[in-house]
Design a protein around this ligand. Structure first.
Ligand code: SF4
Ligand code: SF4
Length: 570
């Protein structure tokens, strides 16, 4: 069943209510990405120096992007802003006396279109439920603390009985205080619903220290703080390793290009999960109109001007949200900013630290070169020998991870691994500083790849739990004191060795070359003496590890290229 594309509904100004009116064609006066503006936002930004307005519950203005509209007229815009910088106001209309939007009248004027939208969505929710209920173990409604998930929850509870589903709040431990407050308000509003919270075992700030600040490339926080606890909570609730779940969420196409590609039903990556997105095609105007129609509570963050809620500090956060947080929630973001500053000090060598952070350069972190860590692994391939040296091994567990590569037999101080029906012998040696595993015969490329990644796991694993949920056969058990691979269940599918570069989120976050590590400490070298050429990059990226020992560059070109790689954090 497909529902109508409501994002095609346009939005017009309605002067009589100082509000908005939906129209059934796409060409309105203003973008449907519109949001209401409340007195809290105006106070925070300093508009009270220019305008008079009441401290009303109702909105006073509307905003699209950085522009503010009153009664359909553009009256101001906000420029700049972000961490360390207050936004600047540009007021086009001075001395305004703002009156609140007439919500009641605005709702009346939009009722016909809204009822059509809402009833079609309610039908969709209940039809999907009837279609899947006999094929799943649990029906879950995801609740994030944002306006979209509050709308979704309200819709679901109108058509499904409280015992037909559970509500799951994923507490990343990085939520801002208004979100925690809002969750409690929602629980009180729907006292008959079954709420559960999925939360990782330790606060995210500790993991920021252990795994390195997240970035757009290293989104370990989404995996560890969203995927892992949600899956584990559902597994526990259903008492099954691979539960079948029907999950309703409040994802909307407006929010991002990747979400825009989703249809109303999609398959989850983990569990046997069917994701249903009933409001995927609702635009922001429809969401707010529904919120007003149903008099739903609103997370306070929206009243201060944020467009989206979510984690306090996020590499995908906008400058706008950062500006609001900087002004209003400074204390709450401070612990994260302190760690970003620490990284930035390494990265920009003392200069322009605040600009570096405000402009979001920290969000582009690729490797661990500026996190003050050194590589724990050396891999040497020479004379048909592969040597894996783990510098800080967790001796007790080292061959456990290698069981995911193939069948491993260890007869101290040697052993063999069976891979693709062939036997590969190795010897090993360990002391308190390192573990050295030496394969004496030539190994197939894919075996080397999996062995390397198993070694990365041995060296870097902090038992974050991701591998447990990545394994399609529930063969991995991670406890505080040990890791166990159940050889009866393990099919050697190698997913746990290949779901992320280096087979481990932490190793990937700290990715660093030993040569780069040494070079980055050498500040006396002159910067690039040659322009970096495309063919050098192609040669490097065709096999980065081999490049360090074998490449076509002359010595000076090699130095220049190394410096470039350092600056690019590769
Ligand atoms: S090996 Fe797996 S469980 Fe261990 S830290 Fe890495 S990703 Fe997490
Ligand atoms: S992901 Fe595959 S290789 Fe890894 S433990 Fe599970 S079954 Fe074995």
């Amino acid at each position: 069943m497909e529902i109508k594309k409501y994002k095609m509904y346009g939005v017009k100004w309605d002067k009589k209510t100082r509000g908005i009116k939906l129209i059934t064609s796409g060409d309105g006066d203003i973008s449907p990405l519109i949001r209401p503006v409340f007195h809290e936002e105006l106070d925070l930004l300093g508009f009270n120096r220019y305008w008079k307005y009441p401290k009303s519950k109702e909105p006073l203005l509307w905003s699209v992007g950085r522009y503010y509209f009153y009664d359909g007229v553009k009256v101001a815009r906000v420029k700049g802003g972000g961490f360390y910088e207050n936004p600047q106001l540009e007021v086009f209309e001075d001395n305004l006396e703002l009156e609140p939007v007439d919500i009641e009248k605005m709702i009346r004027k939009n009722r016909e279109i809204m009822e059509n939208v809402v009833h079609t969505t309610l039908d969709f929710i209940s039809e999907i439920y009837s279609e899947y209920i006999n094929r799943v173990d649990k029906v879950v409604v995801a609740f994030s603390g944002g306006k979209d998930s509050a709308v979704l929850l309200d819709l679901v509870q109108r058509v499904l009985a409280p015992d037909e589903y559970i509500v799951m709040f994923n507490d990343t431990t990085m939520e801002l205080s208004p979100t925690y407050k809002f969750v409690e308000i929602i629980k009180q509003r729907y006292p008959n619903l079954n709420f559960y919270t999925a939360r990782y075992k330790k606060p995210a700030i500790e993991m920021w220290r252990e795994v390195g600040i997240p970035s757009r490339v290293h989104r370990w926080c989404c995996t560890i703080y969203k995927t892992v606890p949600t899956i584990k909570t559902i597994q526990k609730l259903v008492n099954k390793e691979t539960p079948r779940v029907l999950l309703y969420d409040g994802i909307r196409a407006d929010e991002s290009p990747s979400r825009a590609k989703l249809s109303q039903i999609s398959r989850g990556k983990h569990l046997q999960q069917i994701n249903v997105h009933p409001i995927i095609d609702w635009n922001s105007a429809i969401v707010y109109l529904y919120t007003f129609m149903r008099d739903l509570p609103l997370n306070e963050l929206y009243r201060y001007g944020t467009v989206r809620v979510g984690c306090a500090v996020c590499p995908f956060g906008s400058n706008w949200k950062e500006a609001i947080l900087w002004l209003k929630f400074n204390e709450e973001i401070k612990p994260y900013l302190n760690l970003i500053e620490k990284y930035a000090k390494f990265r920009c060598r003392g200069e322009g630290l605040e600009d570096f952070i405000r402009e979001g350069a920290w969000k582009k972190r690729i490797g661990g070169a500026n996190l003050g860590v050194s590589d724990k692994i050396t891999i040497l391939e020479e004379n048909n020998q592969t040597k894996i040296i783990i510098h800080h091994p967790n001796i007790k567990n080292w061959f456990e991870w290698f069981k995911a590569v193939g069948d491993v037999t260890v007869i101290n101080p040697s052993g063999y691994v069976v891979f693709d029906k062939a036997y590969y012998g190795f010897s090993f040696y360990s002391d308190s500083r390192e573990l050295k595993i030496v394969f004496d015969s030539a190994l197939p490329k894919d075996l080397i790849y999996y062995l390397k990644n198993a070694a990365y796991k041995v060296a870097y694993c902090i038992k974050c739990g991701t591998c447990e949920v990545e394994c399609p056969n529930s063969a991995i058990e991670i406890r505080t004191d040990k890791i166990k691979i159940d050889e009866e269940k393990c099919t050697k599918c190698h997913k746990c060795l290949s779901f992320v570069d280096r087979g481990c989120i932490v190793a990937d976050s700290f990715r660093i070359s030993l040569v780069v590590d040494k070079m980055s400490k050498n500040t006396s070298l002159s910067r690039y003496k040659f322009g970096i050429r495309k063919e050098w990059l192609e040669e490097f990226f065709s096999d980065p590890e081999k490049w360090w020992v074998e490449n076509s560059l002359g010595p000076v070109q090699f130095e220049a290229m190394k410096l470039w790689l350092i600056d690019a954090e590769i």
